[in-house]
Design a protein around this ligand. Structure first.
Ligand SMILES: Cc1cc2nc3c(=O)[nH]c(=O)nc-3n(C[C@H](O)[C@H](O)[C@H](O)COP(=O)(O)OP(=O)(O)OC[C@H]3O[C@@H](n4cnc5c(N)ncnc54)[C@H](O)[C@@H]3O)c2cc1C
Length: 377
C-alpha cells in the first residue's frame, strides 16, 4: 500500500504540531498534572481524532500505517498525549465501522470534533492481564441490559464520555460470555472515578469508572458475547504495532536530544561526542532503533495487507519495548544532569516506556503468545 498525498500532508502537519505545540507544552502539562481540553481540540482540528474514519463519515480516511506513523510522532514529545488521541480515534473508528449503530453515529461527529473523548475499557481493579476474569456483569433486562461493575487504569477515563466497555454476560471466567457495549458517560448509572494517580504522564488521563445499574439498550451491544472477545484479540494486534512505533518515537527523540547535546557539551577539552566511551552508547542505541523501526514498518505493511499478524505484532512490541527499556536510561545518563530537567523529554520517556510494557498486553503475556505461535521455519 502506498502512502497517499493526503496522508503525507497529515504526517507533515503532525510533525509541525509536535514541534510547535506538543513539545513546548508537555513539561507544563506534567507539572500541572493535567492536559487542557484545548490540546484535544487542536488535534481534532487537524483530523487526528479521526485518522482511520472514512472520509464519507467526516474522517481522514488514512491507512493503519499512517496512524502508526502519527502515533510515533506524537510520542516523540508525550506518550501519554499520543495514547489519549489514538484511543479517541480508535473509538471513532469503531463506531464508524457500524453504520447501523444509532448511538455510535450520534457520538461520531462529537468524537471527531473532540466534543466527546473516547476510551476503551477492559481492565478492572482486580484483573488486568487475565482479561477473561473480568467481573463487570451485564444482565438481560427488558429489551436491554443492566450493567454493574468497575473499570480501572483506562486511558482517558478521567474525561471520556464515549466508552467501549467489555463486560461479562455469563459466568465470570467464561470468555465466550464477554460482550462489548457502547457506554454513554453522560447517562445515569455511570460514575467517573479518580485519576489512577500515575507516577508521570498525566496527559494520558488514565482513571476508572463505576457502572451501577447502567441501562444499555439492546442495540448498544456492539460486540456479541464470544465474538467481542475474539474481535478485541484481533484489534489489539494493531494496538501492539502502534505502541511499538511509539516506543521507537520516544527513542528517536532521546537519541536526537543526546546527539545534539553531545556535540555542544565540552568535557576534558573536547565535545562529549569526541569520547569513544560516550559515543558508542549512542551508536548502539541507534543501531537497535533502526532494527526496531524496520520491524514496525514490516508489521504495519502486513496489517494493512490484511495478513494474520498475531505473532508478528507481539514480537514487534516485545522487541521495540525491550530495545527502548534498555537504551532510554543509557541515553538519559549520557546527558548527565541535564537529562533530568523537566523541560527535557527523558523523564516522560522513562515513564512512557514502562507504560509501553503494560498496555495492550504486557511483555510477559506477549512472550506467552509468541511461544504458542512460533513454528519451525
Ligand atoms: C498508562 C496506562 C494506560 C492504560 N490504558 C488502558 C486502557 O485504555 N484500557 C484498558 O483496558 N487497560 C488499560 N491499561 C491497563 C493495562 O492494560 C494493564 O496494566 C495490563 O493489562 C496489565 O495488567 P495489570 O497492570 O493489572 O498487571 P497484572 O496482570 O496484575 O500483572 C502484574 C505483572 O505480572 C505479570 N504477569 C501477569 N500474569 C503473568 C503470567 N501468567 N506469567 C508471567 N507474568 C505474568 C505482568 O506481565 C505484569 O508485569 C492501562 C495501563 C496503564 C499503565
Amino acid at each position: 500500500m502506498t502512502t497517499q498525498d493526503h496522508e503525507i500532508r497529515l504526517i507533515d502537519a503532525t510533525r509541525h504540531f509536535v514541534t510547535d505545540y506538543v513539545m513546548p507544552n508537555a513539561s507544563r502539562w506534567e507539572r500541572e498534572r493535567a492536559l487542557p481540553h484545548e490540546a484535544f481540540k487542536r488535534a481534532a482540528a487537524m483530523g487526528l481524532t479521526a485518522i482511520e474514519v472514512p472520509v464519507a463519515l467526516g474522517g481522514m480516511g488514512c491507512s493503519f500505517t499512517t496512524k502508526a506513523g502519527i502515533a510515533e510522532l506524537l510520542a516523540t514529545a508525550d506518550f501519554g498525549f499520543a495514547m489519549a488521541i489514538v484511543n479517541t480515534q480508535n473509538v471513532a473508528k469503531k463506531f464508524s465501522d457500524h453504520p447501523d449503530f444509532a448511538l455510535g453515529l450520534l457520538h461520531l461527529p462529537d468524537l471527531i470534533a473532540a466534543d466527546r473523548i473516547g476510551c476503551t475499557a477492559l481492565t478492572e481493579p482486580d484483573t488486568g492481564s487475565d482479561f477473561a476474569a473480568i467481573t463487570t456483569l451485564a444482565r438481560a433486562s427488558g429489551d436491554g441490559w443492566m450493567i454493574s461493575g468497575e473499570k480501572a487504569w483506562i486511558t482517558n477515563a478521567t474525561r471520556a464520555d464515549s466508552i467501549i466497555a467489555y463486560v461479562q454476560t455469563r459466568e465470570v471466567g467464561d470468555a465466550s460470555g464477554i460482550a462489548a457495549f457502547a457506554i454513554d458517560g453522560r447517562r445515569d448509572g455511570f460514575r467517573r472515578g479518580a485519576s489512577s494517580d500515575p507516577i508521570g504522564l498525566h496527559s494520558n488521563g488514565s482513571g476508572g469508572f463505576t457502572l451501577k445499574d447502567y441501562y444499555a439498550r439492546g442495540d448498544e451491544m456492539i460486540g456479541e458475547p464470544g465474538e467481542a472477545f475474539k474481535s478485541i484479540l484481533l484489534e489489539i494486534n494493531g494496538a501492539r504495532i502502534y505502541v511499538a512505533a511509539m516506543a521507537c518515537g520516544m527513542m528517536q527523540s532521546a537519541l536526537d536530544a543526546a546527539c545534539a547535546y553531545g556535540s555542544r557539551r565540552q568535557s576534558f577539552g573536547q565535545a562529549l561526542s569526541g569520547h569513544q566511551g560516550w559515543r558508542w552508547r549512542l551508536a548502539e542505541a541507534s543501531s537497535e532503533l533502526a532494527a526496531a523501526k524496520a520491524l514496525v514498518a514490516s508489521a504495519c505493511r502486513a496489517f494493512d495487507a490484511g495478513e494474520d499478524v498475531q505473532c508478528l505484532a507481539a514480537q514487534t512490541k516485545v522487541m521495540a519495548t525491550r530495545m527502548a527499556e534498555r537504551h532510554l536510561p543509557a541515553l538519559t545518563h549520557a546527558m548527565g544532569a541535564e537529562g533530568l530537567k523537566m523541560d527535557q523529554p527523558f523523564g516522560r520517556h522513562l515513564v512512557g516506556i514502562q507504560f509501553c510494557g503494560l498496555v495492550d498486553g504486557s511483555t510477559e503475556m506477549l512472550l506467552e503468545r509468541v511461544a504458542r505461535l512460533i513454528k519451525p521455519a
